[in-house]
Design a protein around this ligand. Sequence first.
Ligand code: SAH
Length: 209
Amino acid sequence: MRRQLVDILRHKGIQDERVLQAIGRLPRHWFLDPAFSDWAYRNLPFAIGCGQTISHPHTVAFQTELLRVSPRDKILEIGTGSGYQSAVLQMMGGRVWTIERHHALHLESRALLEDLGFGQIRCRHGDGYLGWPTEGPFDKILVTAGADHVPARLVDQLKWGGRMVIPVGDDTSQEMIVIDKDRYGAVRKSRHGAFAFVPFLSGTDSQSR
Ligand code: SAH
C-alpha cells in the first residue's frame, strides 16, 4: 500500500526521490486512529483529535520537497499534529524541533514518536508564532497550518541561506509560499499553488480556553 501511495505521489508530480523514499518507508497508519487504518495509504487527510487533521500525503510530500532538506539540517516545524510530518523530516536526515498549540496533541504525538524510535525529535507545547528562539536559528522552517501573514519572528529565526515553507491565505484556502533568506540576509518570496490547511491560530489551547 505504501508503494501504491508513492506511485500516486509520483504521478501527482513529486520528484524528489528522498521524499518518496521516506514516505515509502514510514507506516502512516501508525499516526492515525486504527479506525482509519485501511484508508491510511490513500491520498486523504484524517481527523487526529482537537478538531485538527493529518495533512494529505501529497501536501506532506509537496511541502517536504519544497523545503529541500539536507542531512543534518536543523528544522523547526510548526504544528506537530500527529507527528507524521516530523517523522518524515527526521527520516530524511533532518534534526527536528516541533511545536504544537494543543496540549493533548502535543502529549500524544510526543509519546508516539518516542515509542516509534523518533525520540530525538524535540516536541514542545507552545505558540508557533513565537518560534523557538532559544534553539534557533534554523536551516529550515516548515509551517503546517494556514497563516494569514508571514510571522516576522519566524523569518528572524531562519539562518542566512535558510528556507521557510508556509501556507498563507484565509480560513478556506492558502497559497504555498517559500521564503528564501540569502547568505547576506536578504529575503525573497515565491508562490507555489493553492492548498487548504487548518488555521495557524495564535496562543495555545490553554490560553484560548
Ligand atoms: N504536521 C501535522 C499536521 C497537523 S495540522 C501532521 O503531520 O500531522 C496543523 C497543526 O498545527 C494542528 O495540530 C494545529 O493544532 C497546529 N497549530 C495551529 N496553530 C498553531 C500554533 N500557533 N502553534 C503551534 N501549532 C499550531
